[in-house]
Design a protein around this ligand. Structure first.
Ligand code: ADP
Ligand code: MG
Length: 302
């Protein structure tokens, strides 16, 4: 491979909005046959919005949202931000804003599951059913039904629990990026098999996958953040050459392990550092452009 031809490839990449770590990266694109796509922030915008609150009998909507927002206030997760912002956007009781959030002590973040903290002397949990199950808290039928309904709409639904009982479901919506379906079409046209990988619920993931043209059997959901890298390794053991596209801190290890790691330029520094390529504008269609460009560049050299 002549260094000059490779450098021409990287220069063209910059014009397309692709930053390539080094010319040697192009080599790894040749055999890529599978492209793993992170859901939140990669296929979807990652800008989540609180869209509904359903409570169990005896629990007020306002109180559930106030407790959840108090705990999520310290969270940097898109779900947490949506809950905190949703509370602030609530109409007030006539006392100025929706009211000061109560202080939280003993805050902790459980990656891929949710958050917890003590509010007004009560231990509050916000997150997936698995987070509650670890505390022996089950989900009553009406809340489970609300979660399923939200998932069918492609919305992420998290539970709010305190004092040993699940009390509310908060549904958060995150729109599929308008360019994602076309991006998947282009990746398939290059002969790549797309896989959707997420920590989110299976039903939500399948709804998003259907929207962009990824078959249900190529959806891998409810994967804990530290296990995303294991999924990449498993695909590699099956003999696949894997490209991974992601944006989050929880995607960094998978991006580094993949044969080709593509980071969304709109994502976290951890992802950008771990990737071989950065898609500057966060446009997934450019992932296909990057692979096509790299292959063409290599074909020129051979
Ligand atoms: P993704 O792979 O889609 O980026 P994560 O692995 O970060 O998702 O999170 C997986 C799931 O864990 C979320 O869909 C949500 O249900 C739950 N979760 C994570 N963080 C929080 C949080 N701060 N509050 C509530 N739920 C959370
Ligand atoms: Mg993400």
């Amino acid at each position: 491979a002549t260094p000059t031809a490779l450098m021409v490839g990287t220069g063209r990449g910059a014009q397309l909005g692709i930053l390539i770590k080094g010319p040697e990266v192009l080599e790894s694109t040749r055999r890529v046959d599978t492209v793993v796509l992170d859901k939140t922030g990669t296929v979807t915008s990652g800008r989540m919005e609180l869209v509904s609150t359903v409570t169990a009998p005896g629990t007020g909507e306002k109180q559930a949202l106030r407790y959840a927002a108090a705990v999520e206030h310290a969270s940097e997760h898109p779900v947490g931000r949506a809950v905190a912002a949703g509370y602030e956007a609530e109409p007030s009781d006539g006392e100025g804003s929706s009211g000061e959030l109560p202080p939280v002590t003993d805050f902790s973040n459980v990656p891929g599951l949710g958050v917890r903290g003590t509010v007004e002397g009560r231990e509050v949990l916000v997150g997936r059913a698995a987070l509650l199950a670890a505390e022996g808290i089950s989900v009553p039928d009406e809340l489970a039904a609300a979660q399923r309904a939200a998932a069918g709409r492609g919305q992420t639904a998290v539970l709010v629990a305190w004092e040993g009982a699940a009390r509310a479901v908060l549904a958060v919506a995150d729109a599929v990026k308008p360019t994602s379906a076309e991006a998947v079409t282009r990746l398939k046209a290059l002969g790549l098999e797309p896989v959707l990988l997420t920590g989110d619920n299976t039903a939500v993931a399948r709804t998003v996958a259907a929207e962009v043209g990824i078959p249900a059997e190529q959806v891998i959901a409810e994967v804990l953040p530290q296990a995303k890298v294991d999924v990449v390794r498993r695909l590699q053991r099956e003999g696949r050459t894997v490209a991974m596209v992601g944006d989050g801190v929880n995607d960094a290890a998978a991006l580094a392990t993949a044969d080709l790691g593509l980071a969304m330029g709109t994502g976290t520094d951890a992802a950008i550092q771990a990737g071989d390529l950065t898609l500057v504008r966060g446009d997934l269609r450019v992932a296909a452009d990057a692979i096509r460009l790299a292959r063409r560049t290599l074909a020129t050299i051979k």
